[in-house]
Ligand binder design. Structure first.
Ligand code: DGJ
Length: 728
């Protein structure tokens, strides 16, 4: 609900369990008043304190009042160069060379329904489900207006934000920075939580108290990146899974981003999140509008778990759009770790036959099917089937696969080109690279200039022809390098600072075209695994390959970190062969299954190499997947323990919305002598209900399982449990 007090110029966003308030003060400065657990009490601006602080200057409107400074007040959308020396939200370069952005309140309006952003991914909702608040600010000297958009999805405690910057003057204006969100807190201390790692070790949780100064994470790789995720949290120092106030902030965007938290001299905290300012300068001609990506905020008054579950629900219902989002996804087998580039039609059919015999429903042909690609040094851009490997092309292969009763899926990497390709020979200027500079290659490949409509059109036509030639029901959209030497031959020098963002807009544009042209095709996002695991991509691809690391034990930490913002059913997770390709570790097939079954399930191996006993287990796993899919898709997710290297088990729980069913998953760690007797305290159950556990004769009451706990059997190293709890 959005409550506007137009007289006092107080704006309050009430969600199911949180309150967010701002106020335009007598000088027209939009102050941030409160964000946290739900409160009632009208104008809360008495919370804001004023004091004369040295070296904190006073704006003209304050006259001689030295207690009024932008440097000390909590701001809703901070300017720059005008007396607030903390993190700026907006930085402008004006025609006279000045870099001042100083915003004052102009007006506000409430609209039914949630705003949409043209060309950008965003949460959506019907007019019954959400409202929008638009607050307009202005820098009168710069002739720049800013519209702050707030979408309120009450049920999910979700507040979305985006910003429109409008040039109302007669001279061009450069935007050097435009954050999607700015959040000021005066009730610190707060811890900053980020999700970091690298290729094959994505989204590890890191938590630290905020020190004085700015702490930030971000990406300048052109993708949201394996290294840092565009989702961060702030929380009270004592907060944990089930207690304490915490805030999650996600950027619904897949390119360069910066999430920065600053603890000021007065121990206030400001968080800004938006497009990374590195090499970002957007020229706004008179009359033009620049729209930032959307940011999504959820505050939980009672710990991380509730915040995650609210994000999961909101993403499932209001971000994923695909026809596949509510359907059971087919169990797949992917050719990558089974064959890499070394295959022909015969070998693929052998893999497919084995898989079909065990109940696998979708065969995915990964990299290596096109041009003359036999390793990763050639052919990207030459999107036609290699008939030497695949006589009759993909049409013939997909037909044979379909005849086995399986769907056919295909890997593509549309954004890239190899120098060893016909496409590159014909259009060397389609590559992003400044003139006269030697290339910086990544995986031997170059990045296509997706800012250019003609480049996207070519790729669309070429790939759509491939899709039309075969019966393709699944696409894996990969992207395998960071952007470097970013420069577009299609833009003048003063607009080169737009290329990173225009590239992302180009990717979204092409994804949308493929979605529309192939509405029944399931698209899985991928960027060398989890290099672009973000809410922007989820708007186009309802699942994303979580990591190139398929080791079940490493995956525990990767999926754990990912789950803070993203629902399990969006995480691509496969059982692969042992010893694992990335770690060399051997983990039982059952455990590999337990971990992969809590994501979008599939296999990434030659199933023909398994023993008969193992094949029987595969059949069982597929049946388990079918049985548990609904619960994993729709249920609430509880992280029961965090993965640790010390041997303690990692456990999580999926609970049905009516709490009558739950699935307890547990993986033991390294084995040690004289293990402690451990109990696992479950969560999210109905304390009044009695639950029967698989393989356990007795029923357990919900309160016993949650307060006294479930005694974990002594398991060996890397063993797992997958226990159903069903209410009697
Ligand atoms: C990176 C992906 O993450 C892998 O799964 C595989 O598709 C390779 N690319 C193929 O080149």
């Amino acid at each position: 609900m959005i409550i506007q007090d137009t007289e006092k110029r107080v704006f309050t966003l009430q969600t199911r369990s949180t309150t967010y308030q701002m106020k335009a003060d007598e000088n027209g400065v939009l102050l941030h008043v409160y964000y946290g657990p739900k409160v009632h009490g009208g104008d809360l601006s008495r919370l804001i304190r004023y004091a004369d602080r040295g070296f904190s200057p006073n704006p003209d409107e304050a006259g001689n009042n030295r207690t009024y400074s932008l440097d000390t007040l909590p701001q809703e959308y901070s300017g720059s160069g005008a007396g607030d020396f903390r993190l700026p939200s907006l930085e402008l370069e004006l025609a006279d060379g000045s870099h001042v952005a100083d915003l004052r309140y102009v007006g506000a309006a409430v609209q039914k329904g949630k705003y949409a952003l043209t060309g950008l991914p965003a949460f959506f909702a019907s007019p019954e489900e959400a409202d929008t608040l638009v607050i307009t600010l202005e820098d009168a000297a710069a002739h720049v207006r800013v519209e702050l958009l707030y979408g309120v999805l009450e049920e999910y405690d979700l507040i979305t934000r985006a910003v429109r910057v409008i040039n109302c003057g007669e001279e061009p204006v450069g935007i050097c920075r435009a954050a999607s969100v700015c959040l000021d807190f005066q009730d610190t201390p707060l811890d900053f939580i980020t999700f970091d790692g690298g290729h094959v070790k994505e989204r590890g949780l890191h938590r630290a108290p905020l020190r004085p100064g700015v702490q930030s994470v971000g990406s300048i790789r052109g993708i949201s990146s394996h290294q840092h995720n565009p989702f961060v949290m702030l929380c009270q120092p004592g907060a944990g899974e089930e207690h304490g106030v915490c805030y999650g902030a996600a950027l619904v965007y897949s390119g360069n981003f910066e999430a920065a938290a600053e603890r000021s001299q007065f121990e206030d905290v400001r968080l800004t999140l938006g497009i990374h300012p590195f090499h970002f300068c957007w020229t706004l001609e008179p009359g033009q509008v620049f729209t930032t990506p959307e940011a999504a905020l959820i505050c939980s008054p009672c710990g991380f778990g509730q915040m995650s579950r609210q994000f999961h629900r909101a993403i499932r219902s209001h971000l994923l759009r695909d026809v596949w989002k509510d359907r059971r996804k087919p169990v797949l087998v992917n050719s990558w770790e089974a064959a890499y580039f070394d295959f022909d039609a015969q070998k693929l059919m052998t893999l497919a036959r084995e898989a079909a015999g065990l109940g696998v429903e979708l065969f995915v042909l990964d990299d290596g099917w096109f041009g003359h690609r036999n390793n990763d040094s050639s052919s990207l851009g030459d999107w036609w089937a290699n008939e030497e490997k695949l006589p009759g092309g993909l049409g013939a292969l997909s037909k044979e696969i379909n005849a086995l009763g399986m769907e056919f899926g295909l890997w593509i990497e549309p954004e890239m080109v190899s120098e060893d390709s016909e496409l590159y020979q014909a259009h060397p200027d389609w590559v992003l690279n400044p003139p006269g500079r030697p290339y910086t290659r990544g995986r031997c490949q170059m990045v296509l200039d997706f800012t250019r409509p003609e480049v996207r059109e070519h790729i669309f036509q070429a790939l759509q022809k491939v899709l039309d030639s075969a019966h393709v029901s699944y696409l894996k959209w990969d992207m395998n390098r960071s952007l470097a030497q970013v420069w577009s031959a299609a833009l003048p020098a003063r607009q080169q600072g737009e290329v990173y963002h225009r590239y992302v807009l180009g990717v979204y544009d092409l994804l949308e075209r493929f979605r529309q042209a192939n509405p029944h095709t399931l698209i899985e996002g991928c960027s060398g695994g989890g290099g672009r695991f973000d809410m922007g991509m989820l708007y186009y691809t309802p699942q994303i390959w979580c990591s190139d690391n398929t080791d079940a034990i490493d995956r525990l930490a990767i999926q754990y970190g990912t789950s803070f913002a993203y629902p399990p059913a969006t995480m691509g997770a496969h059982v692969s062969a042992i010893p694992n390709e990335q770690t060399g570790r051997s983990v039982p097939l059952a455990t590999r299954g337990t971990v992969a079954l809590s994501g979008t399930f599939g296999y990434e191996m030659d199933l023909g190499k398994l023993s008969e006993v193992e094949k029987a287990l595969v059949v069982r796993q597929i049946a388990d997947y079918k049985e548990s899919f609904g619960l994993i898709q729709e249920g609430d997710y509880y992280r029961l323990t965090a993965p640790t290297p010390d041997g303690a088990p990692t456990a999580w729980l999926h609970v049905s919305p009516d709490r009558r069913e739950a699935l307890l998953c547990l993986v033991s760690g390294q084995t040690h002598a004289a293990q402690p007797f451990r109990r696992l305290r479950l969560r999210g159950l109905d304390p009044e209900l009695r639950y029967r556990l698989t393989g356990d004769g007795e029923a357990w009451s919900g309160d016993v399982l949650m307060h006294a706990g479930y005694p974990i059997p002594m398991l060996g190293e890397y063993q797992s449990l997958r226990l159903w709890l069903k209410a009697e």
